[in-house]
Design a protein. Sequence first.
Length: 291
Amino acid sequence: MSIAEQSIIPARQADWKQRDRHGENLNLKGQVAVVTGGATGSGRASAGKRADRGAAVMVADINDSASAATAAEVAEIAGRSACFRVDVTDVGACSDLAAKTLEVLGPADILINNAGVAGAPNWQKRSFSTEEDWKMTYRVNVIGMSNIVTAFEPQMAKRRSGRVVNIASIAGREGRPSLPHYSASKAAVISLTQSTALELARYNITVNAICPGLLWTPMWEQVGERYAREVPAYAGMSARQVFDVMIADRIPMKSEQTPEDIAETVVFFTSYDAKNITGQALNVDGGLFMR
């Protein structure tokens, strides 16, 4: 067999082209999905969507109690779930997560990289980025994401199939002076997605990124509190009022984005219909950034 012939990997249509009688995509019965940062927010919504489509779900997070609660909810939907405490900056812990997933649920078919931070502890109380903010965001948001993909790559490569979805941010599309370390880390996630997509394409593994817009989350509430304290235009507002004003002023669709919006986009990227889409970063932001 020639090198060219060896590089062509047949699509595992039997695994991914699973449709119900209505022709709707993504009946994931028999699939295994791993969601980092899966205990709350967009990660929790993505875990629920996978379960709703019939997949077994591993909820991986540093928050033990929230992980257990989400895994229990998932089990009620799909019947098979597990949770595992993981610090994505710890290479050994990422390897342990991969091994545990294989042991209790089977080899991973879908990997959703959702774990992330906005800075080092108490970042929201500072008006400037510290060296520790830079180190922390890169350790978690970029290196941690790479650690997880590296840990699960053997399972997917062996089976010549897989879907990886990395959660980036619209902050990675344009630098933000308020949180330059966070913006830079999310720009790196987009670049990492492209590099990883090129690396894993030979195994029939797709790698894509989602760039959420403005979502009302505990992280954004802290951002809003900081804006209200430091930006004169938002003085005296609550964090939620800051958020609502930004939606009205900046989002063409005049609507906030939700964890469910992100989860539905993950549904598409993990579907058979997206089998030839890889290395892409899709904005889910109501039209805020059109590039």
